[in-house]
Design a binder for this molecule. Structure first.
Ligand code: PEP
Length: 250
């Protein structure tokens, strides 16, 4: 069944104390009666404390990244097994900042997805075009290729573990949001692309989140579109009031 989801990507923000403060604030301010799944993704060092802190709430914890190998000589990296061992069952893979600043290619991301699925994790798979792609009218091609090369190696049964997050790079952290119509147009295309490859049931069931400068002021209109099933939120996830308003908008 297609779920409504609002996920907050905290990126490299909030130390241990600030993480606790924001979590307390969220527990205070988030509505209890929403049907949407709420997810927060603090930094690696604060994941374990976030899991403890949120144990009796309806807020799930996700990692922002993971390594594709099971274990080994990969200094500074974190494995799926490590995440699972502290109760983190969800991971964001393919965020545009990982693609741009850490050279994560579609082939590498495909590997990460496979490893996460092997460990029964939920994958929030991010993708989206750059400004130049849209100006050149290549945005649909770029998105189709990212899906094909990073994700479409998975089997039908794996889709229960997949959440898609369309994040046009030109809208991330820029204050520039895709219009609700642009978001709907692309989400419809994404669902169609999944349908062509995996069939109707999977296409209808998969949640497709929009990410890119979502704020309390624009969330309601974006979320009202039929193929937008929620949001992946960056900047506005760092303030409990704003995140709570975005959750209310769903
Ligand atoms: C993100 O980083 O996933 C994101 C959508 O950021 P922002 O909401 O700040 O644009």
């Amino acid at each position: 069944m297609r779920k409504k989801i609002v996920a907050g990507n905290w990126k490299m923000h909030k130390n241990a104390e600030e993480t606790e403060d924001l979590l307390n604030d969220l527990i205070d301010k988030l509505p209890n009666d929403v049907e949407a799944q709420i997810i927060v993704a603090p930094t690696f060092v604060n994941l374990a404390s976030a899991v403890d802190h949120l144990e009796f709430t309806n807020i799930a914890v996700a990692a922002q990244n993971m390594h594709q190998a099971e274990a080994g000589a990969f200094t500074g990296e974190i494995s799926a097994n490590m995440l699972k061992s502290i109760g983190v069952n969800t991971v964001i893979i393919g965020h545009s900042e990982r693609r741009a600043y850490f050279n994560e290619t579609d082939a590498l991301l495909a590997n990460k997805v496979s490893t996460a699925l092997k460990h029964d994790m939920v994958v929030i798979f991010c993708f989206g075009e750059e400004l130049k792609d849209r100006q050149d009218n290549q945005h649909f091609n770029v998105v189709e290729n990212q899906l094909r090369d990073g994700l479409f190696h998975i089997e039908n049964k794996d889709w229960e573990q997949i959440v898609l997050a369309y994040e046009p790079v030109w809208a991330i952290g820029t204050g520039e949001t895709a219009s609700p119509e642009q978001a709907q147009e692309m989400h419809e295309f994404i669902r169609e692309t999944v349908r062509k490859r995996y069939g109707n049931a999977i296409a209808e069931d998969v949640s497709i989140l929009y990410g890119g400068s979502v704020k309390p002021e624009n969330a309601g209109e974006i979320f009202s579109k039929p193929d937008v099933d929620g949001g992946l939120i960056g900047g506005a996830a760092l303030k409990a009031e704003d995140f709570a308003k975005i959750v209310e908008a769903i």
